[in-house]
Design a protein around this ligand. Structure first.
Ligand code: MLT
Ligand code: MN
Ligand code: ZN
Length: 305
């Protein structure tokens, strides 16, 4: 099973179009130790022909251009992306669907009923796309049953509810439901190897911890280093917890929570204010000491060997 990181940044990307924070200014200047990143999304395949796209970022067309296996190879109109799965209804994870509207058949889209509700009300992508390719909706259930994806052979997936909020635009923003945010285990039915993907992970209950202790690779929330990072950088007011993200530092932070897990550990969905984006920073060295990796655009994670 191959996992290709198409985009590794949080909402806004890196650099963010209107941001002049230390990191964004440094990457724009081309300083050593900084790498630009698009908004988070990954693609998974076992045959490198049929890919499952997890989240559809606003930069999806640029990401496809950077990854030839996702490009047309068979007929006049074709794509390596055979199905799309959403972890939530956030703008940075869903707007890419608009750029897939030329699909020749209704787009196979896997998401929960809660996410579908947001995408039919506050951000009515379902209705909108019905005027183009249409959507072939497959409901993701939280029933603990592994789900095969017929369009993408060799994998099965298992979603788990992550506590968190619906996006700011959602009619139920302040009324959280299971299914607003997911973590997904993807398991290769060939090798048995598994990945847990959760770009938004504000908390870990027992069920989530159990899943995280059983997989071979964790690709999880790397948004913030500190709880008050947005305020400190002077670019926002919301604390990490309110945005549904667990910061890396602190006694209760991601680093401490990952320490006793045996899986390969990789952070994704990194906000442009996060000091770990500077490869030469102390914070980045701390991650290295903990054998925690930082995802980058184009990263390939091969779970075969
Ligand atoms: C988030 O993860 O909190 C979102 O990326 C924020 C956004 O896209 O506005
Ligand atoms: Mn996000
Ligand atoms: Zn910035």
């Amino acid at each position: 099973m191959i996992i290709r990181v198409l985009g590794s940044a949080a909402g806004g990307g890196f650099p963010q179009w209107n941001c002049n924070c230390t990191n964004c200014a440094a990457v724009r200047r081309g300083e050593q130790g900084f790498q630009a990143r698009t908004q988070s999304s990954i693609a998974i395949s076992t045959d490198q022909k049929n890919w499952l796209l997890l989240n559809a970022s606003p930069e999806i067309t640029a990401q496809i251009a950077q990854h030839p296996p996702l490009q047309p190879s068979q007929g006049l109109r074709d794509s390596g992306i055979k199905a799309v799965m959403l972890m939530d209804s956030q703008i940075d994870h869903t707007t890419g669907l608009l750029s897939l509207r030329e699909s020749q058949q209704p787009l196979p889209l896997y998401c929960t009923g809660m996410v579908r509700q947001d995408l039919s009300t506050g951000f009515p992508l379902f209705d909108l796309l019905n005027h183009y390719c249409g959507i072939d909706w497959q409901e993701l259930l939280l029933d603990g049953q592994p789900l095969a994806i017929p369009q993408v052979p060799g994998i099965e997936i298992m979603p788990v509810a992550i506590s968190g909020k619906a996006p700011p635009y959602s009619p139920h923003r302040n009324d959280p439901h299971p299914g607003d945010n997911l973590g997904i285990t993807v398991r290769s039915t060939v090798s048995g190897k598994s990945l847990f993907y959760a770009p938004g992970l504000g908390n870990m209950d027992e069920a989530v911890r159990k899943v995280m202790s059983e997989v071979d690779c964790l690709l999880v929330d790397g948004t913030f280093w500190t709880e008050d990072e947005m305020t400190r950088a002077g670019v926002g007011t919301k604390p990490a917890a309110e945005m549904g993200h667990l910061p890396q530092s602190g006694p209760d932070g991601m680093i401490n929570r990952l320490r006793d897990l045996s899986a390969r550990k990789i952070l994704i969905h990194i906000n442009n204010t996060n000091p770990i984006l500077n490869e030469l920073s102390d914070q980045r060295r701390q991650l290295q000491d903990e054998t925690i990796e930082v995802a980058y655009d184009g990263m390939l994670i091969d779970l075969v060997g």
